[in-house]
Design a protein around this ligand. Structure first.
Ligand SMILES: O=C(O)CCC(=O)C(=O)O
Ligand SMILES: [Fe+2]
Length: 372
């Protein structure tokens, strides 16, 4: 029986099917290993088939971090203003660190089910959880317009400021050392990106450095298995990231797409982000859109599945807002609020933003609720 999934609630049958899927604890990879030739209904996009063939290609603006600093700042600023996405090269992270981390994620996902299923959990707590994370349903009564589950298994690491040492013992052996090394190497780069984005706003490098939580945070290691019917699924539904910025590493397969025009609602507006060996992508998120008082864009993106044979791997490291002067609130930087450019947003907190995103099912490029 075909099950259609639309509207804003799971029906009983769908809820049961999702439950059974999670009970298998093997993720989408488990389905593929069991030899499915047809995508199960839970994963099918209710909209028209996705065009997964090479669409219009988009090479993200490239910033060579070894250029003179003033050039780098200008390039970062232009990219953050025009599209909210850029890639950095000569970033100082050894290629072997990135490659080892990507390989380790592959190894974790491709080990026998019994080894990976020990980490399977849909509740986002603890140092490491592995799951096919359901696509959030909007609670505001809008049509979901998305499958219930993405064609993706994610290993989520929650790494605190080095304080939570015991937690680290719970990280899976198959990938622990490589992922910790990758994570460690990112603190310096995160700081540098925050400083560059800050300078490019003309507010001095320290402003965003202070506003960004540079240690710890959430690192999601994504594994997108091959799919027998790629045009029927989504690796990730369209969304903007909620944080200040995200550093994304990926292998060479491709599948990440961006939509640069906010008003455009048609499938043809999606552009294939061309993977560039050795480069790291920087995605501007909703918090920075607010803090920059709309000087910067938070880019809408999604992931489609490109291959019936090969799995894609990526790592998203999210830099979220830090507590500033004992306050949990953030808002447009005072230096960016002028008579000509009044504050576009009121102050808000990170949990407030997360709640609002949940309400929308993460679907909109929007921090509208906080607009003044
Ligand atoms: O896998 C990717 O390329 C993107 C992942 C992503 O958008 C996210 O984790 O927020
Ligand atoms: Fe994202």
């Amino acid at each position: 029986m075909e099950m259609t999934i639309a509207g804003d609630e799971y029906d009983d049958e769908a809820a049961l099917a999702v439950f059974d899927f999670h009970e298998s604890r093997g993720g989408v990879c488990g389905l593929v290993e069991s030899g499915v030739t047809k995508v199960p209904p839970l994963f099918v996009t209710p909209t028209a088939p996705i065009s997964t063939a090479a669409g219009a290609a988009f090479v993200a603006p490239t910033v060579d971090l070894l250029l003179p600093r003033s050039h780098v700042v200008a390039l970062v600023g232009a990219a953050a203003r025009s599209c909210g996405l850029f890639q950095v090269t000569n970033h100082g992270i050894p290629a072997v660190t990135i490659d080892s981390a990507l390989s380790a994620i592959r190894a974790f996902n491709e080990q026998p089910l019994a080894a990976r299923s020990a980490y399977y959990s849909t509740s986002p707590t603890g140092a490491a959880t592995y799951a096919t994370i359901p696509i959030p349903l909007p609670s505001a009564g809008q049509p979901a317009n998305a499958p219930l589950l993405p064609w993706r298994d994610s290993l989520s690491l929650r790494l605190h400021d080095g304080a939570a040492k015991p937690d680290l013992d719970h990280l899976p052996k198959a990938c622990r050392d490589a992922l910790l090394e990758y994570h460690r190497s990112m603190t310096g780069l995160g700081k540098e990106i925050a400083r560059l984005l800050s300078e490019a706003l003309g507010v001095g490098a320290e402003q965003l450095e202070r506003a960004t939580q540079l240690q710890g945070g959430l690192m999601q290691c994504h594994y997108y298995p091959p799919c027998p019917q790629p045009e029927r699924v989504l690796g990730s539904r369209h969304h903007t990231d909620g944080d200040l910025f995200t550093v994304l590493a990926q292998d060479g397969l491709g599948g990440l797409q961006v939509r640069l025009d906010d008003d455009e609602d048609d499938d043809a507006a999606w552009l294939d982000v061309v993977p560039v060996t050795g480069a790291l992508l920087i995605n501007i998120g909703d918090v920075l859109k607010v803090v920059s008082n709309d000087n910067y864009k938070s880019v809408e993106h999604r992931v489609v599945i490109k291959s019936t044979k090969e799995a894609r791997v990526s790592i998203a490291l999210f830099f979220k807002p830090a507590k500033l002067d004992d306050s949990h609130f953030f808002g447009p930087l005072p230096e960016l609020v002028t008579q000509e450019m009044p504050a576009r947003y009121r102050s808000l907190t990170w949990p407030e933003l997360l709640d609002y995103r949940k309400e929308l099912g993460h679907a909109r490029t929007s921090v509208d609720k906080f607009k003044l």
